[in-house]
Ligand binder design. Structure first.
Ligand code: GLN
Length: 447
């Protein structure tokens, strides 16, 4: 597959031939189930779009039954930014329903397979984006990351996934899961492409009140020669598999040979992250999903009265995982439990943020696992609690609002990719990309 950088040099005629060919290949490989549909009509370099990002006049459903038939009335800001830069939305890719999940098994459209080995999950919730790029069926894709949903599937499919600082990329037109955590970001074949796509989609947006309204770009100053100080977290690695530990050791050696300084630090026990995240995310999700009641949004299933209509609509429209989270979110927000759970989670969130800030007083970047192991096989994470625990290494980054990039480091004995992430201080994407590029140079870009 050509890179995004190369694709940006193609003529319109060349691009059209490329896109028609890509469409044929996608249709010839339906079992992967990465794409929900393909639309090769637009001008520009084709980018696969997660099904929770609005493209005007396209269906957009967040992988849910409740939104079947809903047509986007306007473009998300990121789509306008793509178009202005000579790129175009090419197709919708699969995801866990309302971005809740770590395996892309909870989609209304059925599961997506891992392109490296179909017995394994592609990760989630942006599993369609990762599988499309990993399979060579997309040049690049957009995903969204609330608690790891860009970085973790990227690691499981052997590609690069980047979550920007909270507020860097407009959320206007993104189907909300947890508004204080969600960010759209690039999923690409290599670090340089991630920087190119990040520059295109990031920046100010007057329609998003949480947007930081900052427009600085990374590509013009991209510099893999910078010597950085990078924190490693030996204790934090205790819950990781041997594959991840091996990748960690390999990445440390690679960073050293690139001339970076490695220093040991300690991070809070990651068990606090799980509690703080699942309380915060479900509380916000409950609020965001209240609009799908069959009156304001969502396919209505009529009942005898209004209350029954709400109940029937939501019972039939939402899948099990979404219902579980709506119940959990209502519970932690209910009077009597609000102080004990929600308020405590917000305090924990501050402690996590402070723990990162303290490390960043001394270092430029942190090297961390992104998941406890390689992609699990289908069915391995069927218990909700096991799935939530598998997010142990990804979610603190969202709670702290930081930028992070996951990239492939090696393959394990079964040929499955192992990725790790670099984490940077808020709004220091420049250092994140510089350090990632240097690590990728040492490791090699197809591992
Ligand atoms: N797996 C996490 C969850 O289910 C993260 C999902 C995401 O980042 N959208 O909430």
């Amino acid at each position: 597959m050509i890179t995004l950088k190369e694709a940006l040099t193609l003529s319109k005629a060349e691009l059209q031939i490329f896109k028609d060919d890509l469409k044929t290949q996608i249709e010839a490989n339906p079992e992967l189930n990465a794409y929900i549909d393909v639309n090769s009509a637009g001008d520009g370099v084709p980018i696969a779009i997660k099904d929770n990002i609005q493209v005007k006049d396209w269906s957009v459903t967040s992988g849910s039954n409740i939104l079947q038939g809903y047509i986007a009335p306007y473009n998300a800001t990121v789509i306008n930014k793509l178009t202005n830069a000579g790129l175009s939305a090419f197709g919708r890719v699969n995801m866990d329903e309302f971005a809740m999940g770590s395996t892309t098994e909870s989609s209304f459209y059925g599961k997506t397979l891992n392109p490296i080995n179909a017995e394994y999950v592609p990760g989630g919730s942006s599993g369609g984006s990762a599988a499309a790029v990993g399979a060579g069926l997309a040049i690049a894709a957009l995903g969204s990351d609330t608690g790891g949903s860009i970085r973790q599937p990227a690691a499981f499919c052997g590609i690069v996934g980047m979550k920007p600082t909270y507020g860097r990329v407009s959320r206007y037109g993104l189907g909300a899961y947890a508004s204080s955590l969600d960010q759209i970001g690039p999923m690409t074949q290599n670090v340089e492409d991630a920087a190119i796509l990040y520059d295109i989609i990031s920046g100010s947006c007057e329609k998003d009140s949480t947007n930081a309204q900052r427009d600085e770009k990374v590509v013009p100053s991209l510099n893999a020669e910078r010597k950085l100080t990078i924190a490693i977290l030996p204790k934090y690695l205790e819950s990781a598999s041997q594959d991840v530990k091996d990748a960690y050791a390999k990445a440390i050696e690679a960073l050293k040979s690139q001339g970076h300084t490695i220093v040991e630090h300690e991070m809070l026990d990651a068990k606090f992250d799980i509690s703080a995240y699942y309380i915060t995310a479900t509380a916000e999700a409950t609020t965001n999903l209240a609009r799908y009641d069959g009156i304001r949004y969502g396919n209505r299933v009529d009942g005898k009265n209004l209350e029954e209509t709400f109940i029937k609509t939501r019972s039939e429209g939402f899948g099990d995982e979404v219902k579980r989270r709506i119940m959990l979110g209502n519970f932690v927000l209910s009077s009597g439990y609000y102080e004990a759970y929600y308020v405590k989670a917000q305090k924990t969130r501050h402690i996590i943020k402070d723990a990162y800030a303290k490390i960043f007083e001394e270092v430029d970047l942190i090297l961390s696992p992104i998941a406890p192991g390689v992609a699990p096989k289908f069915g391995e994470l069927s218990k909700p609690m096991d799935m939530y625990l598998s997010d142990i290494y990804s979610i603190s980054v969202n709670l702290a609002g930081l930028p992070a990039l996951s990239l492939p480091i090696m393959k394990n004995a079964d040929g499955m990719p192992v990725g790790l992430q670099l984490i940077a201080p808020a709004f220091d994407e420049q250092t994140l990309f510089d350090g990632s590029l240097s690590l990728e140079r040492e490791i090699g870009y197809k591992v």
